[in-house]
Design a protein around this ligand. Structure first.
Ligand code: FUB
Length: 317
């Protein structure tokens, strides 16, 4: 039986929802990835351990809410030990639904390559249990292979992006666990991402921005969005937009500027839920928190009339 816990996440006053951050106050929760399914918002996170000196992370966690006020802790339905070929670094996840199955994409350290790899687990429920779908990595062989983000388009075609500091992308097959297209490295330019691809960046040159990691890919209306952590260390959140799922992309600017979040990384996920838009990210603001002890936070926001993002500021309310 799942234990229902009330986390002090949101206070409702009249018709206005006010965030109380961090969302989860019972443990450290990183790299928040929201998924809306059947009237519920599920939040998939990583899990930093208190006192860690690096991102030595062992499990992913799931929370859910029907009202952005009361949150249920579903524990950890997926961990490093569920991947026979992995050994640590349970980094930024995303779960997506297709035809009643739930596909949980994760980066983890691969014993096969000795670098990072993308894995995918599958389950029949948004809260698991999940099982390694392939028994091997979906994509392996470089430290670049982190932070997968997947979106199933209105026409049923599915796409995946990931990477640090290069951006990789491909179309997935209908089975969601194999590639339909070849995997390509996206050529970054100043117009598309604020700076050229890492290999073409001139040392010491100041660019508008620099893609770093943590892409979050989705469509809203007829526009495609790629949000990402940018600027190296410390990170802010920026975004690009496109009229098509595989680009070309246009750099649009910063969403969450650099400010004192107590964490040198940031990592975003966005969802529309029950008529409101929410921007999830992480901070080091839970007591005892910091760069390796991060916590999911959320801000409600409104898109500009043309679909662009307003500037979003981190709050502790
Ligand atoms: O949580 C581990 C890593 O830190 C993630 O994969 C990155 O996006 C950064 O948040």
């Amino acid at each position: 039986m799942l234990e229902k816990i009330i986390l002090p996440a949101m206070l409702l006053t009249a018709a206005v929802a006010v965030a109380e951050n961090p969302v989860v106050q019972t443990c450290f929760t990183t790299d928040p990835a929201p998924m809306v399914y059947s009237d519920t918002l599920y939040l998939y996170t990583g899990h930093d351990e208190a006192g860690a000196d690096f991102f030595w992370m062992q499990e992913w966690r799931v929370y859910s809410t029907a009202d952005m006020v009361n949150w249920t802790d579903h524990g950890s339905p997926l961990a490093i030990e569920d991947f026979s070929w992995g050994d640590d670094r349970a980094w930024a996840p995303q779960c997506v639904e297709r035809n009643g199955k739930f596909y949980f994409y994760v980066p983890l350290h691969s014993k096969v390559s000795g670098t990072m790899a993308i894995g995918v687990a599958v389950g029949d429920s948004p809260v698991g249990p999940f099982k390694d779908a392939l028994g091997k990595p979906l994509y392996d062989g470089s430290w670049d292979h982190i932070d997968p983000t997947v979106f199933v388009d209105d026409d049923g075609r599915a796409y995946i992006y990931w990477g640090n500091p290069n951006i990789y992308y491909a179309e997935l097959n209908d089975d969601m666990i194999s590639f339909k297209s070849e995997v390509k490295v996206l050529e970054q330019t100043e117009d598309s991402f604020g700076a050229p691809s890492p290999k073409n960046r001139v040392k010491g040159k100041k660019y508008k921005d620099t893609y770093t990691e943590g892409p979050w890919f989705y469509k809203r209306g007829d526009k495609y969005y790629l949000l990402y952590a940018a600027g190296g260390v410390p990170e802010h959140i920026s975004y690009s937009m496109s009229d098509s799922p595989m680009g070309p992309w246009k750099y649009m600017g910063e969403i969450m500027q650099l400010h004192d979040t107590g964490s040198f990384t940031n990592h975003c996920g966005v969802a529309d839920f029950k008529g409101n838009s929410y921007f999830f990210y992480h901070t080091g603001k839970l007591p005892g928190g910091g760069g390796f002890a991060r916590s999911a936070a959320v801000e409600q926001f409104k898109y500009n009339p043309d679909g662009t993002f307003p500037t979003i500021t981190s709050t502790e309310e």
